[in-house]
Design a protein around this ligand. Structure first.
Ligand code: CUA
Length: 338
């Protein structure tokens, strides 16, 4: 059977397309205004990444607009030719396919490859000028942080502002990925391997990061907070963080050491020497608990101790049953670990 008639022309209104593009732009920009924005770099490593990302976005947008335009043009024109006509030579023919599909695409890919080499070189150069190395170990689902003077912390990584800091990254269990978008690129944490990444914060502040490799139930709640201090403040912070906990005869200390807490957590200078969970020697100086899942308030801490699964389902920490006065004493003790 030979079709001879024209097929009806269906026009695609531009309105819905504009709405889709508009919504995408609003969603994208809304996600780019927080303290983990990828388009608001606050250090040279992150600027290297952003400097590659914007041109890629511009070119990708131009290519998308061109392809979408061609698609809309085809849809608007409809199928006006007969099958006999369609078998003949196409109006733009093979040269169009060769130029747009091969030459232009190839030039874009090669161009970005060459352009990215410069960025990679800048990142490699920066790695040779780091002044401090901090070890970070990924755990399901928190971050262990070790400093060269022996200080051990968790989840909140202090660095001096204006200084290139090398991070030595590894993991205690599965693959995680360390990513603080405003300070640098992301780097995987691989079992049995030590990967390196450097960060620099141009100015003091708190920069939010996130595990960027799916690692299980609480992957989304594996939050990093990088706190960039003025260099003198950082030196004081690190020196203090390395010290054991101040002597305490708070009633909560006995609760901590005799209940399950001490089996998993260390408080240096006390009998608590567990190695499973975060070191809590200076827990009272941190702003959050559960790797950023809640602010460190007395109320949230009480809930975290008695029912951590309600705040972070799947976390290794078991519930602890305590009498109300024991719980209050424990919260006071933990808050006092400054
Ligand atoms: Cu750790 Cu995702």
């Amino acid at each position: 059977m030979v079709s001879t008639g024209r097929v009806g022309c269906r026009r695609w209104p531009a309105g819905p397309l504009a709405v889709v593009v508009g919504v995408a732009v609003v969603v994208a920009s809304g996600g780019c205004t927080g303290d983990s924005s990828i388009v608001s770099p606050k250090g040279p490593a992150a600027r290297s990444v952003t400097g590659l990302w914007w041109p890629m976005l511009a070119v990708a947008t131009a290519v998308f607009a061109f392809v979408a335009g061609m698609l809309l043009l085809a849809a608007a024109r409809g199928r006006r030719r007969t099958e006999e006509q369609a078998k003949g030579p196409a109006p733009w023919g093979e040269p169009f396919i060769v130029v747009a599909g091969v030459l232009v695409s190839g030039a874009i890919l090669v161009g970005f490859f060459v352009f990215s080499l410069g960025r990679m070189q800048a990142l490699a150069d920066g790695a040779r000028h780091t002044k401090l190395t901090v070890s970070v170990v990924g755990h399901d689902w928190w971050w262990e942080v070790r400093y060269p003077n022996g200080a051990v912390s968790a989840n909140e990584i202090h660095i001096p502002a204006g200084v290139k800091v090398q991070l030595a990254l590894t993991t205690d269990d599965v693959i995680h990925s360390f990513w603080v978008p405003r300070l640098g690129p992301k780097t995987d944490m691989i079992p049995g391997q030590r990967n390196r990444l450097w960060l620099e914060a141009s100015e003091p502040g708190v920069y939010r990061g996130q595990c960027a490799e799916f690692c299980g139930l609480q992957h989304a709640n594996m939050i990093i907070r990088v706190v960039a201090d003025a260099p003198a403040d950082f030196d004081a912070w690190m020196a203090r963080e390395a010290e054991p906990a101040a002597p305490s005869d708070a009633p909560g200390r006995r609760v901590f050491e005799t209940q399950t807490c001490a089996g998993c957590h260390t408080v240096r200078g006390t009998q608590a020497a567990g190695k499973v969970g975060p070191d809590l020697t200076h827990f009272g100086r941190r702003d959050t608990l559960g790797a950023g899942v809640r602010p460190r308030t007395a109320q949230d801490l009480s809930r975290w101790i008695t029912d951590p699964q309600s705040l972070k389902p799947g976390a290794t920490m078991p519930p602890t049953t305590l009498a109300p006065d024991q719980l209050d004493a424990l919260v006071v003790y933990l808050d006092g670990l400054r």
